[in-house]
Write a protein of this length. Structure first.
Length: 144
């Protein structure tokens, strides 16, 4: 399946605009292919105003956000891969969303299919499945 991140970004961007608020994104500037002015980066992150009045030619694509913005009076082209966007929120209220990590990023932590091992004698479908071995986590995470 394709990533849900670009769809979440577009939906929240529209929601923020529909409520006459200012959409901001938090970007991990250390990610590959991120093109933002180096002077705006602090601790590897940058906050960008992507309101219609603040940018030009904004495109919220499936792979990246592209737009022109002014920094110190100079118009610059910015390229932000969707994977580098950590959050989108309304500047006035702080309401928005930290974006979930892509399922394709890092290790695959999805549920594994249960396959009985005929040699271990656990092939009986009435037997409850054994818990996973220590060190193997599920796919759910606690978010605070």
């Amino acid at each position: 399946m394709t990533s849900n991140r670009p769809y979440l970004l577009r939906a929240l961007y529209e929601w923020i605009n529909d409520n006459n608020l200012t959409p901001y994104i938090l970007v991990d500037a250390t990610q590959p292919d991120v093109m933002v002015p180096a002077s705006t980066v602090k601790d590897g992150k940058v906050v960008l105003n992507i309101a219609m009045r603040a940018v030009e030619s904004l495109e919220l694509g499936n792979e990246a956000l592209t737009f022109k913005a002014r920094f110190g009076g100079v118009s610059q082209f910015l390229y932000v891969p969707v994977a580098a966007v950590l959050a989108i929120y309304a500047q006035e209220t702080g309401q928005g969303m930290m974006l979930p990590a892509d399922e394709n990023d890092g290790e695959d932590e999805g549920l594994e299919a249960y396959e009985p091992d005929p040699e271990s004698g656990d092939a009986d479908p009435d037997d409850p499945p054994k818990p996973p071995a220590p060190g193997k986590g599920g796919h759910l995470r606690i978010v605070k």
